[in-house]
Ligand binder design. Structure first.
Ligand code: ZN
Ligand code: ZN
Length: 338
């Protein structure tokens, strides 16, 4: 099959022939029909040593089942349209059984260097991790379920109540998904800080009630509001300094939810958080139930993530577009269609 293969951080991806996947007993092989490009892919591919040579990325995908492992037993059949949590767990631990596959001790992650991902014609997924697409959800929407589920998981962790005010830092795909679900769950004001013009426009399209170029400007808007700030701050950027900034601008008794993945130290003064009695939450990925709820709401037409999609390309065009996305642009979610 054809796949876009990573060789090194200083070389573009290359579309080349690689072996077809074969399913283990509880696996499916999916013919990929659509796969989103994720910021984590761009980040991992830009870091020297961030990915092993020869790996195939792509973890936001949808497609059609073409092969079924021997122990899947009728749960899925060839021709089923699916998306999947991008990783294969053991299938029997309490985390796997509860749908929290991302915390399975035996988890192998798809598309970031362990299991091959979906920048390819076919991808191997776990049947336990797979979810059927409702008829009304096409493959491009199916590929948006993963980033939407990240946002849903963060907003659920925040226990957002109707009428609360939120500040979302960063309007990349995660921030945009947080905005979408905050509106869905009844936030009153959704203030967004984001330096890129195009992304601020997307934030507005997805439900932001006010946008600011940076966190300081956002903090000023907040300071002018009755009560002096948001009930919940979502940090959706993952750069050093933003946790400290969240704690600084947070209102007394508010909550800071960290969805950005920052791998460098971010110092803040605990006393500042203590004086305000802040609550801090850190969230990772999603549960399988977040995929299902996202699909149900897409099926019902109750959420519309299209404003975050800025381009649709094919596999041959992926290496060039992938390089371009490494530099800041007004692009947001780019979908690769097969
Ligand atoms: Zn992703
Ligand atoms: Zn497990």
């Amino acid at each position: 099959m054809k796949a876009a293969v990573f060789h090194s951080a200083d070389r573009p991806l290359e579309v080349e022939e690689v072996p077809d996947p074969t399913p283990g007993p509880t696996d499916l092989v999916v013919e990929v029909r659509c796969c989103g490009i994720c910021g984590s892919d761009l980040h991992a591919a830009s870091q020297p040593g961030g990915l092993p040579k020869g790996c195939v990325m792509g973890h936001e995908f949808s497609g059609e089942v073409v092969e079924v492992g021997g122990e899947v037993r009728g749960k899925f059949r060839p021709g089923d349209r699916v998306t999947a949590v991008p990783g294969i767990g053991c299938g029997s631990c309490s985390d796997c059984l509860s749908g929290d596959v991302m915390h399975c001790a035996a988890l192998e992650i798809t598309g970031l260097g362990q299991l091959p991902g979906a920048y390819a014609q076919y991808v191997r997924v776990g049947s336990n991790e797979s979810v059927r697409l409702p008829e009304s959800v096409d493959f491009p929407l199916g590929a948006l379920v993963e980033p939407l589920a990240v946002g849903l998981h963060a907003v659920k962790a925040a226990a957002l109540e109707p009428g609360q005010d939120v500040l979302v830092m960063g309007a990349g795909p995660i921030g945009l998904a947080v905005i979408l679900w905050s509106r869905f769950l009844g936030a009153r004001h959704i203030l967004v800080s984001e330096p890129a013009n195009g992304r601020r426009a997307m934030a507005t399209a997805l439900g932001a009630t006010a946008v600011a170029e940076g966190t300081d400007a956002a903090a000023e808007i907040l300071a002018d509001r009755p009560g002096g700030g948001a009930d919940i701050i979502f940090e959706c950027v993952g750069k050093p300094g933003l946790l400290a900034q969240s704690v600084k601008v947070a209102a007394p008794r508010s909550k800071v939810v960290v969805a950005g993945l920052c791998m460098r130290p971010d110092n803040f003064v605990p006393g500042v958080a203590v004086v305000k009695e802040l609550r801090l939450e850190f969230v990772l990925a999603y549960h399988k139930a977040d995929f299902q709820l996202t699909l149900d709401m897409l099926d019902a037409g109750r959420i519309d993530p299209w404003p975050m999609v800025t381009d649709r390309i094919d596999l041959a065009g992926l290496p060039q577009v992938f390089e371009a996305l490494k530099n800041p642009a007004d692009q947001c979610k780019v979908l690769v269609e097969f």
